[in-house]
Ligand binder design. Structure first.
Ligand SMILES: [Zn+2]
Length: 58
């Protein structure tokens, strides 16, 4: 089973999504994306928790 995450699920007006085999890998991709494309957002523990709650099994 893979794990998937979409930025739009977090309420962002953004078409980004990613799939990875592990939660760790997906979190790394999401962190990189937020840093590159959502410079007004800070990747902190709160955001990491929110991202984790949005991860779907695909
Ligand atoms: Zn995004």
């Amino acid at each position: 089973m893979a794990k998937s995450l979409s930025c739009s699920d977090a309420g962002a007006d953004c078409g980004w999504s990613a799939t990875a085999d592990t939660e760790e890998e997906l979190m790394a991709k999401a962190t990189e994306h937020v840093k590159e494309s959502h410079k007004d957002m800070e990747v902190n523990a709160e955001l990491a928790e929110k991202i984790k709650s949005l991860i779907k099994e695909v």
